[in-house]
Design a protein around this ligand. Sequence first.
Ligand SMILES: C[S@@+](CC[C@H](N)C(=O)[O-])C[C@H]1O[C@@H](n2cnc3c(N)ncnc32)[C@H](O)[C@@H]1O
Length: 213
Amino acid sequence: MSSPRQIYYDLFSRVYDFIIRLHSRDVEGSLRGFIIAKANLFEGDRALDLCTGTGSVAAKLAGQVGENGLVVGLDFSRGMLEKAKEKAFRMNLKQLHLVQANASQLPFKTSSFHGVTCSHAFYELKGKERAIAIAEVARVLRVGGRFCLMEHAKPEKLIARLLFYIRIFFLGASDAKKFLEEEEAVLGERFKNIGKEMSPTGQSKVIYGEKGG
Ligand SMILES: C[S@@+](CC[C@H](N)C(=O)[O-])C[C@H]1O[C@@H](n2cnc3c(N)ncnc32)[C@H](O)[C@@H]1O
């Protein structure tokens, strides 16, 4: 049975891409490009995009790894995955596969992926779920593989900041604010060579780390 959060995202999927385009005023494409550039993935690699939503990052990753590579877009919302499937079909991306699962229970073998990405979603996972998801990412990554997270930067304007925290509150991820302030340290507990960079627009940040041997 679907949880209230899955139902929320199933409904949201119908307008998600439209809202994002409206909100980001067409910087969307360059934001997606920013996380791909930091993901350290190459032709023929296998990549996992967690909480893939309508598959915008996964589609770009599919272009990056090419037809000899493989990308899995994972999400717990069937509605979001339907939209991602339409996108993959439209773009003829045979190397993009979509899986319905929870980010804290990854149905993949240990060391399956050269890289894992997650855009604008990891902070929404609740405390325990997020910690388990990090351990799962470390498990499915190959040694040297990079986990690359893109998150919202703290909104500058008061109203935007208020709306942001109201959304977090309603999603039940009460510790999201703390995570967004400490993400480097949190990733540092599991990964090495931690890096953090702001997107050229200043709207988002990418935080990454690599799996040690
Ligand atoms: C704000 S959207 C981001 C979608 C996409 N990554 C993007 O950048 O457009 C958050 C996504 O995370 C998914 N999600 C949230 N919690 C999840 C969980 N525990 N397991 C899998 N997917 C989850 C939602 O269904 C939704 O598609």
